[in-house]
Each structure stands twice: as structure tokens, then as C-alpha cells.
Design a protein around this ligand. Structure first.
Ligand code: 16G
Ligand code: ZN
Length: 546
């Protein structure tokens, strides 16, 4: 068969064992060709099965430039359905072309996937700026084209969220080119900013934003977007054009984990609002340079972005509720939910709960948070590392649109109508397929303008508890099994009791361990009332994990 023939050209390197993990396959780029080829086939099968367009993205996000990776976007624009992950693992590790073809045959029968010539598969292919991306994209195409009737559309260099957005838009029969993406983001941003009450004038320094592009794809895309925003003062550094290395001493992952300034930022930036994207622009954090110690930053992480979004949405919902009208169907009790992981700073969870919000927890990994957030009318999720977005239910959007029409005739320009329009603008601005640093950044900027806030006002929403993250190299990370959204270790036995004993020694202490989904390590997280205590708690828990 065609698959047999072409897969012989992509032999699996010796000793490779890959797992789809939390975010697709990742490894040193030099060993990934066969994997990407196979994932090309998988994306085509997924498209045939769902009779919809799927996506394939080649990226290793915040990892080093010599790494690469591949993941699939499902027809919804979200991550590949978890039901297909075991099959993804099986084919990526299949030792011979014959075995590989047999696996596919069995799976196609089991899933009842039909190749009748009438149905065809379509896959959007994208990659980040990694040099290995070009040849890996070629391997992905070969995979796609080894399925009869399948077409791969090469979209070139994109951010991960752009690719997800395009898949979602296409399957909804909406305009879905890259220009459409930029137009939707910029027009909904301008619309939202126009709804700012009494146009609070910000001081000159509060106007300016400096963005660290991680020397990746985000910087160059933001350059394009920026031209469509006319009024915004954005300076982009580490765009990749200045010769810096992708993710090396730059980017959201570095800034959030190390809590130091990225390369290219200096003392003269004190007082200016700064933001950092990761290598494929699906993560966003903000920071400001400390005036007393120029290598240190005040970090405004994903938890605080989440808090800003939640506060804003809650405010708009309460404006809606202030109506004096007594039409029954005008009162839609929108269910607002907030989703975090165990990495969320305890102070953020306290803050959100004190706002009266429902806060729930899932294990690490966007697929879990996203799935949970989709259960609400408005579901906001964020990981502390800066990946997150806001999801709106179809029924709530329908209600908002109807409400807008009604208010247009009854009380045009009222506060209620403005709140409705703001929520609609947010639903167009925020990327509902997946977390997106560019759309998230524009929403942060619009809300800061709305509130007339500097980054310091925002940062003061609450004070982070000091925390520490460590990793412990292990031979087999699967030995550690957790429960309750990774907050409790259930295997090996007795470790959890020992962690509890350590935690009890520190005021406001909290700590957990979990196997990484992307590296052969156990991760340790600890927080406590002072930094020394968080460090010491992390160290003693790390010893237990060893
Ligand atoms: C991946 C996940 C991210 C998670 C991280 C944890 C996606 C798109 N990305 O980057 O959400 O925070 O893995 O890594 O799901 P770890 O399991 O190695 O700690
Ligand atoms: Zn990323």
C-alpha cells in the first residue's frame, strides 16, 4: 500500500520512546521525522473520521531551539480528543512499517473510518520559526498524502493559536485566513476600547507597552497586528530579527520560572509595562523591572491575568443585572466559572473566591482546563505559566445578541447595552480555540484602559505568596501517581503523609509533586508565607520525591 511504501522512507530511530503527553510529541528535532510523518497520517484519519478539517502544528513551544514537536488540532480548534491519544502513542512507537500499517488497519476498522473516495480529508499545516520546521513540515505532508484523497494545506509559519483559530473558524464556515485573524482581533479590540467610559487619560509611561517576543514567531506577528491598532504604543524586542536565540534567556517561560528580566530589558525600562510571549505565542505574562534591582522583576503571571479578566467580566455581568426590566426571558443567569491548576498561587484563589466566584481545579495541561471551562456560560481558565483563555457558550452568545437587538430599540446607548456589547467584543477578541498570547494581550490592554490602571494598580489586586519550583530527575516518572487535580500523591504509598508533615511546619504552607508531562522528571511546587520557607519546604519535599 501507499502507507507501507512511504513509511519505509521514515524509519523510527533506534531506542526512541515517545508519548503524546500533555501537548503532543516533543523531542530533539533530529529524531522526529518519522513521528511527524505518522502524525500527518493521524491528522488525516481524524479528518476522515470527523468529516471536518483538522490541524497539525509543528512546534516545541518554550523548549530549546534544537527541540521540536508536533500536535493535532481537533475540528473544534481544541486539542486532539483524549480518546485518540493511546493510538497516537502506539503509532509513534511502532517499530516497523509492516507493524505500523497493521495498527492503522485495525484502528480504521475499529473506528469505522471509511475511504470511499466521496469523503476526503483536509488538514491545515503550520509551524513555528524553528529551523527544523521546514523539513518536518515536509514529512507531515508526506504522511497526509499517503492517505488517498487527503489534502494538506501548508499555512507556513504561524503561532500555535493562529493555527487552532483557523481550524475552528473554517469548520464554522467563517472567514479563516491569517488576515481575517488579524482583522477580527484588531476590530474587536478597537470596538472594546471605544466602549471605555469617559476615556480615562493615562499618563505617558502608562501608555507604553514593551513586548518580549522570545525570539520566536509572536514578535513578527505582533508587528503586523500592531499596524492595525493605530493608536497603541507597542515596542517589540526579541523579535528574532536581532540575532537572539529562540527561548534563550527570553520568553514567558523563562520570565515566569526565573523571575528575572529577559535579555534586552534594562534599568531604563523601570516604570514601563512589559509583557513576554513564549516561543509559539500561546503563553503570556506581564512584568515590570524592579527599580532597586534591575535583574529582578515584579511578575504579573497567568493567575493575575485570569483575575483581571474575571473581575472585568463579573463587573459587566452585574451591570446587566441592574436593569429595572421585568421581562422573564431577559434574565439569563449566566454561569461564570474559573478554572485553575494546583500551580495557581494560593493568593489568587483566595482573591477569586472572595470576589464570590466559583473556582475549580483540574490537572496540568490545557486540554483538562479547556474541557472544564467549556461547562460554563463563561468559563475562564489560566495556568500560572500564562496559558489560558475565556470560553463563551453558544446559548449565552445567542442571548447576548438578542439582548443587544432589544436594547438597541428600547434604550440605545444605555449602560446595559454597553455591557452587552463589551461581552460580545470580548468573545470576538479572545481566541476561543486555545490560549493565545496576542489576543490575551489585547484584552489585558483594553481592560487596563477601561479601568485606567497602571501595571502597578493591576499587580496590587493581591500579593502572591512566595513560591518555589524544583525538578527531580528520576528513572521512571510514572511511578508517581496523583489524584484530586494533582494535589495528592496516591502512589508510591506514604509519600503524601510525609509531604503533609513537612507542609504543617510552615505558615500558609502548601506543596505537591507530580510527574512532568513533557520531561523525565518529577516536579515539586511549594509555597509559604515567606520565600525562605517556600524554598526550604520545596527542598525537603524534593528529597522525598528522590
Ligand atoms: C505543556 C502544556 C502546558 C503545561 C505544561 C506542563 C499544553 C498546550 N501545554 O506545555 O499547559 O503547563 O506542558 O509541563 O497543554 P510539565 O508537565 O512538564 O510540567
Ligand atoms: Zn507555547
Amino acid at each position: 500500500s501507499l502507507i507501507l511504501k512511504s513509511s519505509s522512507q521514515y524509519p523510527l530511530p533506534q531506542g526512541v520512546k515517545l508519548s503524546y503527553g500533555t501537548a503532543g510529541f516533543r523531542a530533539d528535532a533530529s529524531i522526529l521525522e518519522s513521528t511527524v510523518f505518522r502524525v500527518g497520517i493521524l491528522a488525516a484519519l481524524r479528518s476522515l473520521k470527523t468529516q471536518s478539517l483538522t490541524g497539525l502544528m509543528i512546534t516545541a513551544s518554550h523548549n530549546k531551539v534544537t527541540d521540536n514537536g508536533v500536535k493535532i488540532a481537533d475540528p473544534s480548534g481544541g486539542m486532539l480528543t483524549q480518546e485518540w491519544e493511546p493510538f497516537a502513542d502506539a503509532i509513534a512507537n511502532s517499530p516497523t512499517p509492516q507493524h505500523f500499517v497493521q495498527l492503522i488497519d485495525e484502528f480504521v476498522k475499529k473506528e469505522n473510518i471509511r475511504f470511499d473516495g466521496v469523503r476526503s480529508a483536509k488538514i491545515l499545516l503550520g509551524r513555528d520559526t524553528r529551523p527544523s520546521g521546514e523539513s518536518l513540515l515536509e514529512a507531515a505532508k508526506q504522511g497526509v498524502y499517503s492517505i488517498v484523497g487527503a489534502t494538506g494545506i501548508d499555512m507556513g509559519i504561524l503561532t500555535t493559536p493562529q493555527l487552532h483559530w483557523m481550524v475552528r473558524a473554517r469548520n464554522k464556515d467563517m472567514k479563516a485566513t491569517e488576515l481575517d485573524y488579524f482583522e477580527q482581533l484588531s476590530s474587536s479590540f478597537r470596538f472594546l476600547v471605544d466602549l471605555t467610559p469617559n476615556q480615562i487619560k493615562m499618563s505617558k509611561t502608562d501608555d507604553k507597552l514593551i513586548v518580549d517576543g522570545a525570539n520566536g514567531v509572536g514578535g513578527e506577528k505582533l508587528e503586523v497586528l500592531k499596524k492595525m491598532l493605530n493608536s497603541m504604543d507597542i515596542e517589540i524586542r526579541n523579535s528574532g530579527k536581532e540575532g537572539g536565540v529562540l527561548n534563550e534567556g527570553v520568553g514567558a517561560d523563562y520570565v515566569q520560572k526565573e523571575k528575572v528580566v529577559p535579555q534586552g530589558f534594562h534599568l531604563k525600562d523601570v516604570g514601563i509595562r512589559c509583557a513576554s510571549l513564549d516561543g509559539d505565542a500561546d503563553r503570556l505574562v506581564y512584568f515590570s523591572v524592579q527599580s532597586n534591582n534591575t535583574s529582578k522583576i515584579d511578575l504579573v503571571d497567568g493567575d493575575k491575568i485570569l483575575s483581571l479578566f474575571a473581575l472585568f467580566i463579573k463587573e459587566q455581568l452585574s451591570i446587566l443585572k441592574m436593569e429595572g426590566d421585568d421581562h422573564v426571558d431577559e434574565n439569563y443567569e449566566a454561569r461564570l466559572g474559573v478554572v485553575q491548576t494546583a500551580y495557581a498561587n494560593g493568593a489568587s484563589t483566595d482573591y477569586l473566591r472572595q470576589l464570590g466566584l466559583e473556582v475549580v481545579f483540574t490537572p496540568t495541561g490545557v486540554k483538562y482546563l479547556h474541557e472544564k471551562a467549556a461547562e460554563y456560560d463563561i468559563g475562564i481558565y489560566f495556568e500560572a505559566n500564562g496559558h489560558g483563555t475565556i470560553l463563551f457558550s453558544e446559548s449565552f452568545l445567542t442571548w447576548l445578541n438578542a439582548r443587544n437587538n432589544e436594547l438597541s430599540s428600547k434604550s440605545k446607548g444605555s449602560e446595559q447595552q454597553k455591557a452587552v456589547l463589551r461581552l460580545l467584543a470580548v468573545s470576538n477578541l479572545i481566541n476561543q480555540a486555545v490560549g493565545d498570547a496576542l489576543s490575551g494581550l489585547l484584552l489585558v490592554e483594553a481592560i487596563l484602559q477601561y479601568k485606567g490602571w497602571s501595571i502597578y494598580n493591576w499587580s496590587e489586586l493581591y500579593h502572591d505568596l512566595p513560591s518555589r519550583q524544583l525538578k527531580v530527575k528520576v528513572v521512571d516518572r510514572t511511578a508517581v501517581v496523583t489524584a484530586n487535580a494533582e494535589t495528592v500523591v496516591v502512589r508510591p504509598p506514604l509519600i503524601q503523609e510525609a509531604i503533609n508533615v513537612e507542609v504543617a511546619k510552615y505558615p500558609q504552607g502548601r506543596s505537591f509533586i507530580r510527574p512532568s508531562g513533557t520531561e523525565e522528571v518529577i516536579r515539586v511546587y511549594a509555597e509559604a508565607s515567606i520565600q525562605e520557607a517556600a524554598d526550604s519546604l520545596a527542598n525537603s519535599v524534593a528529597k522525598l520525591a528522590d
